[in-house]
Design a protein around this ligand. Structure first.
Ligand SMILES: Cc1cc2nc3c(=O)[nH]c(=O)nc-3n(C[C@H](O)[C@H](O)[C@H](O)COP(=O)(O)OP(=O)(O)OC[C@H]3O[C@@H](n4cnc5c(N)ncnc54)[C@H](O)[C@@H]3O)c2cc1C
Length: 385
């Protein structure tokens, strides 16, 4: 069968691209190997899909070319997606920092996209595995349900994170097959594994910090895990962290540490008790014991006192690795933006071949940015095919 466009991958970017092209009268086929589309949307945001962010700028994205995402993000804004959500009367709320979540269920977003697909006469094949792609003028897509052809091929296969719900490296394989460069991929928005086991008994402890790696800082919560740390501050930092880099944590962003410790300078209380007044008790105990033998402040000399202040303002932690693609929300890297038009997402070398969404080397912060990139890049390609 012949289509104007075949889209491989029925996730956020693929569906949005299909809707956009279908509304323009294009005959579009979406091929999804899972039994249902949008599985990542369904599990996202703890089942409530953080579908966009009110404060989207290019600074919220990581890419070898930080300017690449600007055109698509300007062409389809968070407000545009919010209008669609409102039209479908999906209740939503701002959780924090501009992050918009469904009040009820992320399924509402998938249902909305499916209704839009049906209005735009998009054909969707689920449980359909692509076995090969070739091009002889038109694109031939071989699947377990037959061969389909189209003038345009849109690769919307996503990244490598969460393979248990269908993620594959197929999009990168197609890019390589057609000679496009891939920026090295790595798991991101992911928990980090600490070197050593000193803090593992703290699993479950949460505290607000400012986490920094290089130039980037995030003031959010961390959560200790059995192997290291997670929580929004660590997930955000994981976008910037490279193996070997230390991460620095300002442990008491709410408190003037110098004032608090100076007021307790002559105190006979053990350090853990002084610290427990400004941070979670369990963390205070482990930190005081591990880093300062839990010495009372009055026994510390000036050098030790200064070191304590320095550590509270910038505790350096070494992480050995990440929890990997099985637990990562996104994949950093991907199809090089040098290969693509930022206006249309079409390959500069191979006419009619497009890449949208997470498969491209554009990765957002935690907080709805990755879906906004999926909608926006899908929209850009959908208008160009
Ligand atoms: C647990 C979790 C929670 C998340 N929460 C949020 C959130 O709240 N907000 C946010 O902005 N981002 C969130 N993300 C990230 C977000 O889900 C992704 O960035 C986004 O889904 C990317 O969209 P995409 O369409 O490019 O890829 P995907 O949504 O991954 O879609 C790709 C599709 O292609 C299909 N596919 C893959 N290979 C093949 C193949 N060979 N043949 C056919 N089909 C194939 C896959 O099955 C999948 O359906 C979360 C991610 C995870 C894992």
């Amino acid at each position: 069968m012949n289509y104007d466009a075949i889209i491989i991958g029925g996730g956020a970017a693929g569906l949005f691209c299909a809707i956009t092209a279908g509304k323009r009268g294009k005959k579009v086929l979406v091929i999804e190997h899972n039994q249902e589309v949008g599985r990542k949307i369904i599990i996202s945001g703890g089942g409530r899909c953080n579908f966009t962010n009110l404060n989207v700028t290019a600074e919220n994205f990581i890419s070898q070319n930080p300017h690449f995402c600007k055109s698509a993000l300007a062409g389809f804004t968070p407000q545009d997606f919010i209008e669609l959500v409102r039209r479908y009367k999906i209740a939503y709320y701002e959780k924090t920092l501009g992050q918009l979540f469904c009040r009820e269920s992320s399924r509402q977003i998938v249902d909305m996209l499916l209704t839009e697909c049906s209005k735009a006469k998009v054909q969707i094949m689920t449980g359909c595995s692509v076995t090969g792609v070739s091009c002889n003028g038109d694109y031939q897509v071989e699947t377990n349900q037959g061969t389909f052809s189209a003038a345009k091929l849109i690769v919307a296969c996503g990244g490598l994170s969460f393979p248990k719900i269908g993620a594959t490296g197929f999009g990168y394989d197609i890019a390589r097959q057609f000679g496009l460069k891939i920026v090295e991929t790595r798991p991101s928005l992911v928990a980090l594994v600490m070197e050593g086991k000193a803090y593992t008994p703290l699993a479950g402890v949460t505290m607000e910090v400012i986490a920094s790696s290089g130039e980037q800082s995030f003031r959010e919560n961390i959560v200790f895990t059995h192997r290291g740390m997670s929580g929004p501050a660590v997930l955000q930092i994981s976008n910037y962290w490279r193996a070997g880099d230390p991460v620095s944590f300002h442990l008491t962003p709410e408190t003037d540490v110098v004032k608090h410790l100076t007021a307790n300078r002559a105190s006979r209380k053990n350090l853990n008790n002084v610290l427990a007044e400004i941070m979670p008790q369990r963390f205070a105990a482990a930190f005081a014991e591990r880093e300062f033998d839990n010495k009372p402040l009055y026994q510390m000399n000036d050098r030790e006192f200064d070191q304590l202040i320095e550590k509270l303002n910038g505790w350096q932690v070494k992480f050995s690795t990440t929890e990997g693609y099985d637990r990562a929300e996104v994949t950093l890297g991907g199809v090089s933006t040098n290969e693509l038009s930022s206006k249309t997402m079409e390959s500069k070398k191979v006419a009619g071949l497009f890449f949208v969404g997470e498969v491209v080397d554009v990765t957002g912060w935690l907080g709805g940015y990755n879906f906004q990139w999926a909608w926006a890049s899908g929209f850009a390609a959908g208008n160009a095919i």
